[in-house]
Design a protein. Structure first.
Length: 497
């Protein structure tokens, strides 16, 4: 896991690293700037491009000055610098790099407060105006400069953080930010890069390691963690010799209506493909032929009004995909909560029924998983005006109900009763199509049936679901849910190799 820190904590880690590595702050800035330049030269190899580095007078600006110098050393022939000296304040690291810049003879131009903004016709802009030190929205000279630069629509590569962007905490509405084509960020993804509110301000980000003290970072015990492939590999249990279908559990999936049978089929297919020993799906009679034709491995319970379910047979139950919210579905949901005391997976219409009957929240078996998308989440827990607020709600509700909450997103957010938030990095826009959530529910259900705890089932499930989609998207520009379900065994084989 990569611990994700707030800006205040990152500055604490900078200071700790400077004191204990030990390294001077100027050498640390040089290391950061070198890391930036390595990443930059990889993505922008044309050394004749006309590049302007815009620098503030804090340490982000100090980075910018060092980057301009290093680019020149790397034979970028057309680099110049514009310094926004909008206040008298500057850091010693900035001043040091300003002297260095002058010594290598790079053209620079100083923009003072209230000056006209100088004309810019560069092909690439490197944004080193403000970084993680931002403590208020842009206004005055900064706002004027950023508006001018945004209107140019030039390719902007931001150093660490796009100027004006908040790295953590609630992002104010109508924020003015220097929009970046790419952000090359130091040490770790900033938490707000993982939330949809970052989308208008950056197309992409890349993390470069600047060697901050990892044991100290770990000691801060951040609640926010980014899942890595190695975590999932460690969590995955091998399929052992002499094991049999009974070893890998029996999952029951209660899903589907005549018009939404696909949800039941996709969910149960994903469950079987993720390795549950047995999968049974509880569907209306009208789905039986489709089920037997498409997935003969899966057993069925025909759902009349209230089906006769032998609860103790199942290692876990999923309820909701395509289920509908009529009276008999509510009765069935209540029956699951009454009769079945082990962890379950609750998705889609089951979440909508809980949203309409909030008393049911208290009946969710401990250790269960709920898998809402944003709208289902807001229906359950109230309207939110920002994703940061949603994260706070995930933390409090996961604790309150002793459940794992998996809030679907580009970087899916998994909250546990211990107060941790895990961000899942896998998945891609080719997967934005119907049925994908039903497949994810099937994957998580399968993992619970196989004996993984809810936290592991969510982390592994979200990761492999997204990774299967990533692997498929190497060759396909659109990936359908059924393809993801069928590809899971191949992804699992790679992860277990
Ligand atoms: N030794 C270190 O601490 C390192 C810092 N690094 C760089 O340092 C950056 C952080 O530097 P700083 O803390 O100096 O801060 P910034 O350079 O981001 O900002 C400079 C100053 O601008 C002021 N400011 C904040 N919001 C403003 C606004 N809306 N309008 C006008 N002024 C505003 C604040 O006084 C702030 O300290 C990082 O983003 C990174 O680029 C890297 O060089 C790595 C090492
Ligand atoms: K910046």
């Amino acid at each position: 896991m990569i611990p994700l820190l707030t800006a205040a904590q990152i500055s604490q880690v900078d200071n700790y690293t400077i004191a204990h590595e030990p390294i001077t702050s100027i050498a640390l800035m040089e290391r950061a700037s070198e890391a930036f330049v390595v990443a930059f030269t990889c993505d922008y190899p044309d050394k004749a491009k006309n590049i302007t580095v815009y620098c503030g007078t804090g340490n982000n600006g100090g980075d910018g000055l060092a980057i301009a110098r290093l680019l020149k050393n790397n034979f970028y022939t057309n680099v110049s610098v514009k310094i926004a000296r909008f206040s008298q304040k500057s850091t010693p690291e900035f001043e040091h790099n300003f002297v260095q810049l002058k010594s290598v003879g790079i053209d620079f131009f100083v923009i003072n407060a209230d000056d006209e903004i100088p004309f810019d016709d560069s092909e690439i802009i490197i944004d080193a105006l403000l970084g993680s030190g931002l403590n208020r929205p842009l206004s005055g000279d900064y706002a004027k400069l950023v508006e001018y630069l945004n209107n140019l629509h030039t390719t902007v590569v931001a150093v660490d953080v796009p100027t004006g962007f908040y790295t953590d905490g609630q992002i104010p509405g109508n924020l003015l930010v220097l929009k970046a084509r790419q952000v090359i960020t130091f040490q770790q993804a900033k938490i707000n890069f993982l939330l949809p509110e970052s989308a208008p301000f950056m197309d992409d980000f890349k993390v470069v390691d600047i060697g901050l003290d990892k044991p100290f970072i770990a000691s801060l015990n951040s609640p926010y963690q980014l899942i890595e492939e190695s975590d999932v590999r460690q969590m995955l249990k091998p399929r052992k010799p002499f094991s049999h279908k009974g070893t890998y559990g029996h999952a029951l999936i209660i899903a589907g209506q005549p018009q939404t049978m696909g949800a039941a089929l996709l969910c149960s297919s994903a469950c079987a493909h993720t390795g549950a020993g047995l999968t049974t799906v509880c569907i209306p009679q009208s789905g039986l032929v489709a089920l037997n034709t498409s997935m003969p491995e899966i057993m069925a319970i025909i759902r009349n009004d209230l089906p006769d379910i032998k609860w103790e047979k199942y290692n876990t139950i999923a309820i909701g995909p395509g289920l509908g919210t009529d009276a008999s579905s509510i009765e069935l949901l209540r029956a699951v909560f009454k009769e079945y005391k082990r962890p379950v997976v609750i998705d889609a219409d089951a979440l909508n029924m809980i949203a309409d009957n909030k008393d049911l929240l208290l009946n969710i078996p401990a250790g269960s998983v709920i898998t809402p998308h944003m709208k289902e989440f807001d229906r359950l827990f109230g309207q939110h005006t920002s994703w940061w607020q949603r994260i706070e709600t995930v933390i409090s509700k996961a604790k309150q109900y002793n459940i794992c909450i998996l809030l679907k997103n580009r970087y899916t957010i998994i909250g546990t009763p211990e107060g941790k938030i895990y961000f899942n990095p896998t998945g891609n826009p080719a997967m934005a199509s119907g049925g994908m959530g039903d497949v994810l529910t099937g994957v998580i259900t399968s993992l619970l049936a196989q004996g993984y705890a809810a936290r592991e089932a969510c982390i592994i499930g979200a990761y492999i679901h997204g990774k299967a989609g990533d692997e498929l998207s190497n060759q396909l520009s659109v990936v359908l849910a059924g393809q993801v379900a069928k590809h899971i065994p191949a992804t699992l084989a790679k992860m277990r190799a």
